[in-house]
Design a protein around this ligand. Structure first.
Ligand code: BV8
Length: 241
């Protein structure tokens, strides 16, 4: 593997599984017998807002009850230590809407977590477009703290909606020497296509997952096992290498 300076990491539900947050595949992709695609869409929200509010209120409460695990902490350590050690950069992009990466990272100057599919702990006002940190429920249509309108929705990217910060992500993929995918099944696009973009740009590609993902053939290397084991070992290797 060439000299690695710039790393792009993509994570999915598997990195939070050992913290007690079920993955999408775990539940067979179902919630209260609703296909996730049927509650995580603008159409579902228009059709039955209370159903969608209950879905996200329940998951928001769950996030407040769990803690980051060894995989989250190892990635936070890499984000803090890699730049000085390598002269390069680490971009951590997550599909997860929980805040476990953020809590593990804490207030580290310059380092951040890019939530390409949004966050549970943020509410988005469809009247004034303000985004507000939010830990309570949304089902009773509370007023927007900025404009007062009862127009708050979960700040979540639903199916059919454009993921966040795609320009920055693709710019980093173009500069990446190493692309690492952790705890994701590779079932949802555009995230599932990042490995091919990175590979096309000459990056070495590594998959860390419990089992082979749908896109496993696109990776140069794959290590299978629980994230709390594979991720700390890989980070130690990178920082000692
Ligand atoms: C868009 C927020 C267009 C909501 C989410 C190309 C081909 C086919 C379809 C499409 C395509 N392009 C677009 C589509 C449509 C769609 C899509 O991909 N559909 C799929 C179902 C086929 N994509 C979209 O709609 C995207 N938007 O394309 O917009 C557009 C363009 C221009 C202008 C406007 C619009 C938006 C997609 C985002 C939807 N929102 N999340 C919420 O969370 O409620 S997606 C959601 O599902 C997650 O964020 C994540 O992305 C995905 C779940 O996947 P994973 O995280 O990987 O979880 P999963 O359970 O599947 O797998 C877990 C893995 O972990 C497993 O492999 C398991 O083995 C492993 N594991 C388990 N335990 C452990 C572990 N690994 C390690 N350790 C463990 N302990």
């Amino acid at each position: 593997m060439e000299q690695v300076r710039n790393i792009v990491i993509l994570t999915g539900a598997g990195v939070s599984a050992e913290s007690g947050i079920g993955t999408f595949r775990d539940a067979g992709g179902l919630w209260e017998n609703h296909r996730v695609e049927d509650v995580a869409t603008p159409e579902a929200f228009a059709r039955d807002p209370d159903l969608v509010f209950r879905f996200y209120d329940m998951r928001r409460e769950q996030v407040l009850e769990v803690e980051p695990n060894a995989a989250h902490h190892a990635l936070a350590r890499l984000q803090r230590e890699w730049p000085a050690r390598s002269g390069g950069a680490v971009m951590l992009v997550t599909q997860n809407v929980d805040d476990l990466h953020d809590r593990a990272l804490g207030a580290s100057d310059g380092a951040e977590v890019i939530h390409m599919h949004g966050e549970h702990l943020s509410a988005w006002c469809t009247a004034c477009d303000a985004r507000t940190r939010w830990t309570a429920s949304l089902i009773d249509s509370p007023p927007c703290p900025s404009c007062g309108a009862p127009a708050l929705r979960p700040d979540i990217v639903w199916f059919g909606e454009m993921p966040y910060r795609m320009d920055e992500i693709f710019a980093a993929l173009e500069e990446a020497d190493l692309f690492v995918s952790i705890g994701t099944s590779g079932a949802v696009y555009p995230a599932a296509g990042f490995v091919r973009t990175a590979a096309d740009m000459g990056a070495h590609t590594l998959e860390l997952n419990l089992q082979p993902s749908q896109g496993t053939d696109w990776f140069d290397e794959a290590r299978h096992g629980p994230a709390t084991q594979t991720v700390p070992a890989w980070v130690e290797e990178m920082l000692q290498g």
